[in-house]
Design a protein around this ligand. Structure first.
Ligand SMILES: [Fe+2]
Length: 474
C-alpha cells in the first residue's frame, strides 16, 4: 500500500506551507482521481469542496503498524509532565511505541528520559511505576545506575578481566534520541531526525501558554490518574475531543442533568450556571488547524460563570485584555499524536496510547494551579469527576460510541466517512480575525455559531497524517 503512496507523492510534490495562507492550496491530497486505487485513504480536494477519510484508516492493521512506526517510534510524542517528578531523584516509568522508558530527575534537578533496559543483558532496571531513588540496580547482574541514568557500578568489575574495548563503551542507560520540555510538558522522540520541539509545536504553544499563564504559580497534575481502555481506534479519541457536533446527541443525559441542576437555586455548579446563561446568550465557536497535525477548537461561554472570572482583572493587567479573555474561553487542544488538553470549568489532560488498531488506552489527569486554595481545588475536582472521569457523565457515552463506530467499520463495502464536511463552506486559509487577536498563524481557521459545529478541525490531523506516511514510504 505505502509503495503506491510513495509513487504518488513523487509525481505530486507538496506545495510550500506559506502558500496556504493566501488561497486554497494546490492539491495537498494523497490521491488524484486519475490514479485513485482501492488503497486511497485521504480524499482531500479543497477546490472541489471534498474532504473524506477512508475507513481503512481506522480498521486496517497494516495502516496501524505504519502509524506506530511513523508517529510514535519516529516523531515527537508526549511522555509526561514535569510536576510528576517534582523532587531530585524522582522517576516515572512510561512507554512509547512499545518501548519502556524512564523519566528521571537528577540530583541537580535536570530531567532525563532514558530507555529502561540494562546495558548488560537488557532487563528492565526500574520496576515501580514511579518513586524516588538515588540508585537503580538491575535485578539480574547488579549493574547500577544513578538518577541521571549514568552507570555508576558494574558488579565485580575489577575481577572481570574486561578489555579496553569494553571500557571504551558507554554503559549508561541509553538516552532517547530527543527529549524536550515546553512549560512543564515533556516530549520525547525515539528518532533524532525531528525538528526542534518549539518548531514542532508551533503556534499550538500559545494555547499551552494560555493554560499555564492563567495559573499564577504554574500548573501541576492532581495526584491520581485514571487509565481505561476501549475497543476502538486511537484517532476516534483524538477526533472526539474537538467534535462539537456530537455533544447534544451523545450526551443527552448530561444535558438533562445540567438542566435539572440549573433549576435548583442552591446549586452553584459552574456547568449549571453556564447552561442557564447559555440559554440567553448565543455561543460562538471556531477552530484552528496547525502544521504538524495540531488543532484547537474554542467556544465562548459567559465569562461571569467561568472559574477564572474573579481573576479576570488581574489576568487582563498581566496579559492584556484579549489574551485574558481567551483564557476564559473553552478550549480543546490536540497536540499530535497523543496529548489532549481540555480547558473549561475544569482542566483535563488526556494521554492516548494506541494498543492495537482497535484498542486504545487513555490516561486522564486533572490539571490544577499550583497553590490553589482548598475550596477551589475541591470544586475543581468535583467538576472534573462530573464530566471527564471514566465514571463521570460524559466519558462513558464517548467510549461506548467509539466501540460502536469500530464495530460499524466492519461493514467493509462502505469506504468513505462523511464526517469531515461541516464548516468547509466558511473555511479561511490562514488566520481569521480570531487568530489575529492572538497573533497566531494557523493553516486554517473557521468560526461561526455553536450549531455550525465545525468538522474542518480534523483536516489538519489527516493532512499531517498523510504527509508523514508518504514521507516514511518515500
Ligand atoms: Fe463526547
Amino acid at each position: 500500500m505505502f509503495d503506491q503512496i510513495s509513487a504518488i507523492n513523487r509525481s505530486h510534490p507538496q506545495p510550500p506551507a506559506a502558500a496556504r495562507s493566501q488561497s486554497p492550496p494546490p492539491a495537498a491530497h494523497l490521491f488524484e482521481a486519475d490514479i485513485r486505487s482501492p488503497h486511497d485513504l485521504i480524499d482531500d480536494r479543497p477546490d472541489d469542496g471534498v474532504f473524506r477519510v477512508h475507513r481503512d484508516v481506522f480498521r486496517d492493521p497494516e495502516v496501524f503498524a505504519h502509524e506506530m512506526r511513523s508517529f510514535f517510534a519516529a516523531g515527537w510524542a508526549f511522555v509526561g509532565h514535569a510536576s510528576q517528578l517534582p523532587q531530585p531523584h524522582d522517576f516515572l516509568c512510561v512507554e512509547l511505541a512499545g518501548q519502556p522508558l524512564v523519566l528521571m530527575r537528577d540530583a541537580a534537578g535536570r530531567l532525563h528520559c532514558v530507555h529502561n533496559s540494562c546495558r548488560h543483558k537488557g532487563a528492565r532496571v526500574v520496576h515501580h511505576r514511579r518513586g524516588n531513588r538515588r540508585t537503580h540496580v538491575c535485578h539480574y547482574h547488579g549493574w547500577s545506575y544513578g538518577s541521571d541514568g549514568a552507570n555508576i557500578a558494574i558488579k565485580g568489575k575489577a575481577e572481570g578481566d574486561y578489555t579496553p574495548a569494553f571500557d571504551a563503551e558507554s554503559h549508561d542507560l541509553a538516552a532517547v534520541a530527543r527529549f524536550g520540555e515546553y512549560r512543564g510538558f515533556l516530549f520525547a522522540s525515539l528518532d533524532a531526525d525531528v525538528p526542534p520541539l518549539d518548531a514542532w509545536l508551533g503556534d499550538a504553544r500559545v494555547f499551552i501558554d494560555l493554560a499555564v499563564d492563567a495559573a499564577e504559580h504554574g500548573l501541576e497534575l492532581v495526584p491520581g490518574a485514571v487509565s481505561y481502555t476501549y475497543r476502538g481506534n486511537w484517532k476516534l479519541q483524538l477526533e472526539n475531543s474537538t467534535d462539537a457536533y456530537h455533544f447534544s446527541s451523545t450526551h443527552p443525559s448530561y444535558l438533562r442533568l445540567l438542566e435539572r441542576r440549573s433549576r435548583m437555586p442552591q446549586r452553584t455548579d459552574v456547568e449549571a450556571a453556564i447552561w442557564q446563561a447559555g440559554k440567553k446568550q448565543q455561543e460562538m465557536m471556531g477552530s484552528f488547524g496547525f502544521a504538524n497535525g495540531h488543532a484547537l477548537v474554542w467556544t465562548t461561554t459567559p465569562q461571569e460563570n467561568h472559574p477564572l472570572y474573579p481573576l479576570l482583572p488581574a489576568l487582563r493587567e498581566r496579559f492584556g485584555e484579549r489574551r485574558a479573555d481567551w483564557m476564559l474561553r473553552t478550549r480543546q487542544l490536540n497536540i499530535f499524536p497523543n496529548l489532549q488538553i481540555a480547558s473549561n470549568a475544569a482542566l483535563q489532560m488526556r494521554v492516548i496510547r494506541p494498543v492495537a488498531v482497535d484498542c486504545t488506552e487513555i490516561t486522564s489527569y486533572c490539571l490544577a494551579p499550583v497553590g490553589e486554595a482548598a475550596p477551589q481545588r475541591r470544586q475543581r475536582l468535583r467538576q472534573y469527576e462530573d464530566f471527564f472521569n471514566p465514571s463521570g457523565l460524559a466519558t462513558p457515552d464517548d467510549t461506548v460510541t467509539y466501540e460502536d463506530c469500530q464495530r460499524g467499520f466492519a461493514s467493509g463495502d462502505i469506504e468513505w466517512q462523511q464526517g469531515y464536511a461541516r464548516g468547509m463552506g466558511r473555511l479561511v486559509w490562514g488566520a481569521d480575525a480570531h487568530a489575529a487577536e492572538l497573533g497566531i498563524r494557523p493553516t486554517t481557521s473557521v468560526s461561526g455559531s455553536f450549531e455550525m459545529s465545525d468538522e474542518t478541525i480534523f483536516h489538519a490531523l489527516y493532512r499531517h497524517w498523510a504527509a508523514r506516511l508518504r514521507k516514511a514510504a518515500a
